[in-house]
Design a binder for this molecule. Structure first.
Ligand code: 5GP
Length: 138
């Protein structure tokens, strides 16, 4: 399947759709998931047009991993979760719904289940407040 640049993350990268931004560099962008599965659920995407891990060069993937590690540390500190999950879904069969590769950073607590995937829109003011705390922890 060829990369389709009408996906929502491509639109966010082009500035055609909004996002609650956490971090940006030459190769990557990080923003709050608009339908979070837990408080502080953050996404990291590469700027290259790639659907899956298989479509990326090792250098581009390394940039995604580097930003993911940085964001994970900031999210854990800012949100104060004892656990943290990092997920990447490749293919609809794996549950992928947006076909521009991305990593999920999801805080986890003992005894608190994650919410369902991509179901319930969050209050943008709450996401803005969380993003500000995460940015301050970077
Ligand atoms: P996937 O299922 O592809 O691994 O994850 C896509 C993620 O993108 C989901 O967690 C979903 O909540 C999130 N998402 C979908 N549309 C938007 C959007 O317009 N803005 C943001 N910030 N996140 C989105």
């Amino acid at each position: 399947m060829a990369y389709n640049d009408s996906n929502i993350f491509a639109k966010i990268l082009r500035g055609e759709a909004p996002c609650v931004k956490v971090y940006e560099d030459d190769a990557t962008l990080s923003f709050m998931d608009v339908m979070p599965q837990a408080e502080g659920h953050t996404l990291i995407i590469p700027k290259v047009a790639a659907e899956f891990i298989f479509d990326m060069t090792p250098d581009d993937y390394a940039a995604l991993a580097k930003t993911t590690q940085k964001i994970a540390a900031a999210v854990k500190q800012a949100i104060g979760s004892p656990g943290l999950m990092i997920a990447q879904l490749n293919g609809a069969e794996a549950g992928q719904t947006v076909f521009h590769i991305h990593n999920h950073v999801i805080p986890r607590w003992d005894g608190i289940d994650m919410k369902l995937h991509a179901r319930q829109l969050a209050d943008i003011k709450v996401l803005e407040e969380q993003a500000a705390r995460i940015r301050a922890a970077l």
